[in-house]
Design a protein around this ligand. Structure first.
Ligand SMILES: [Zn+2]
Length: 529
């Protein structure tokens, strides 16, 4: 009898280990190149150690509660691995806790297949828990002996045996231990919670911050400036590049005062990394500036503009409200089309206006376009059930076509708003295959080479001929998101105090000079070309 009791105990330990290990196992299967045999084995050992610790808890119910907590995190990681082929990172975590209902629906709709992983895991876990609670108590000596051995084995998993974690070129034991435990399931989400709490605290630091910027010129006429941030649009699919055979931006291409830039890179390949670097002075290297200083909204506010943020895209997430702390008004909308009608009314109201927003644009699953914009078939608006390798790319191109239509309407509106300028920049690009699309993990050129264009009204050009000429001179120069903040200030004739100034990064200045471009990947500023 004693032998059976102990065997049951070991089986529970083995099953729990397998369950906690399942996301790593699935990732290994779907992403062989990222997950090595050694790191997968380490994860297995760590999961074994965790299961042993849970079984050491004297009160079985308490043990089950702890195991359930880790199980919930395991399930979240399973969905992540199934969908994005990566473990959850801080952006996904913050997105998950602050996401909009619409994004959740899009996400859930495209991830039903994750149920194939989740349902068996939940059923098995419930069975193991019931069995464990009903199991007779196991002799104390055996419990400690077995668990001691398991913990030792787990420690081997944590120990650094390969020199893979390099921080500032010195070998870091701490980084290695972190990489093998805290950054991986089932501990990953606990670790992310700690980071998220710290991030949210830092967001509250800049309440009293001011740039003390001034205007170099004042204009009697009406002025309207708009910063439009796109979503997931890559340069390669914009027909304004003159190369892409599909005419995805026919209307913008016909606008006279539009300057399209061919060599612009984003600073980060996910929305929550890249957008703060567009709207603040932060760069991949000096990323803290996105928290320690306010955004471009503050600059306009300091110079008598009425500032408006339309809550779409990242700006609709609670964790991103710090990016427009000093704004006068926010507007709630439900679609990209509503963004445009909101601008139409808001820009008519005030004499000096600055408006900022992000579109849902070309967000995966590339369904954000009305059926009549389904120019390329089959696409996932009208031919959802058709199996075709070109379905995703067709749908993606249709979303760009729709964005082109909306932005063209916006430019037509701004023609009647005095001295007006529009900056359109995509947050990051997209890697698209026949079966899926994503961004953030590879951070390849498809993801960081994105469109940027500047449009201005005739009234604007009349007063700022040097600036518009400089813009046109720089269309082929290498530049990145570092330049947006300074270009907007420059074009609006706003001067920052010397400690914040960077005229060589202002594309509308004759002093503009290209600088090395860095993308923030996994917390590291990596130079790209
Ligand atoms: Zn994005």
């Amino acid at each position: 009898m004693k032998y059976q009791k102990e065997t049951g105990y070991l089986v529970v330990w083995a099953l729990l280990t397998c369950l906690f290990f399942s996301p790593v196992c699935v990732k290994f299967i779907v992403e062989r190149y990222d997950e090595t045999w050694l790191s997968t084995l380490r994860a297995l050992l760590v999961c074994g150690g965790l299961s042993a610790c849970i079984l050491l808890v004297k009160n079985k119910i308490a043990g089950v509660v702890i195991a359930s907590l880790f199980m919930v995190m395991t399930l979240a990681e399973l969905v992540m691995v199934n969908t994005f082929h990566i473990f959850m990172d801080i952006d996904h975590y913050l997105a998950l806790v602050t996401t909009t209902a619409e994004e959740s629906r899009t996400f859930a709709g495209s991830n039903l297949q994750a149920l194939w992983y989740i349902v068996p895991v939940v059923v098995l876990f419930a069975g193991v828990c019931v069995w464990y609670v009903k199991m007779p108590a196991v002799p104390r000596g055996f419990r400690w002996k077995t668990c001691g051995v398991c913990l030792l084995v787990a420690l081997v998993g944590v120990m650094p045996v390969e020199k893979t974690a390099q921080i500032d070129n010195f070998y870091s034991f701490k980084a290695e231990v972190f990489k093998n435990t805290l950054h991986r399931p089932p501990f990953n989400i606990l670790h992310l919670t700690k980071i998220a709490v710290r991030k949210i605290h830092r967001m509250n630091q800049t309440n009293d911050f001011a740039f003390h910027s001034t205007r170099t010129r004042n204009f009697a006429q009406k002025e309207t400036y708009v910063l439009a941030i796109g979503e997931s649009v890559r340069y390669a699919n914009c027909s304004l590049n003159g190369i892409y055979p599909r005419e995805t931006m026919p209307l913008a291409g016909k606008q006279n005062n539009l300057v399209f830039f061919h060599n612009y890179y984003t600073d980060g390949c996910t929305t929550s990394i890249s957008v703060p670097m567009i709207v603040t002075r932060a760069t991949a290297e000096e990323n803290d500036l996105s928290y320690t200083e306010k955004s471009i909204v503050q600059v306009f506010k300091e110079n008598g503009f009425t500032t408006v943020v339309i809550k779409r895209g990242l700006f609709n997430q609670i964790s991103s409200a710090y990016l427009y702390q000093s704004v006068d008004y926010t507007v709630d909308v439900n679609s990209d089309a509503e963004v445009m009608s909101a601008i139409d009314s808001v820009s008519a109201l005030y004499d000096k206006t600055f408006i900022m927003f992000q579109l849902l644009g070309s967000h995966f699953y590339y369904g954000n376009f009305p059926k009549e914009f389904g120019k390329w078939h089959p696409n996932n608006q009208s031919d959802k059930d058709v199996k075709s390798d070109s379905l995703l790319i067709n749908s993606y191109d249709n979303t760009i076509l729709y964005t082109d239509y909306l932005l063209n309407n916006l430019m037509d509106t701004l023609k009647n708003r005095g001295m007006a300028a529009l900056w359109y920049v995509s947050d990051h690009g997209q890697t698209i295959t026949a079966t899926t699309g994503w961004h953030g993990t590879l951070c390849n050129k498809d993801e960081y080479h994105v469109p940027l264009f500047v449009w201005y009204s005739d009234e604007y050009e009349q007063e700022n001929k040097e600036k518009t000429a400089a813009l046109r001179q720089h269309v082929r120069e290498p530049m990145n998101a570092d330049c947006i903040f300074y270009t907007i200030c420059g074009m609006a004739n706003i001067q920052l105090p010397p400690q914040y100034r960077h005229e060589d990064w202002d594309i509308s200045s004759a002093a503009f000079t290209p600088h090395p471009r860095k993308v923030l990947i996994n917390g590291e500023a990596r130079e790209v070309d």
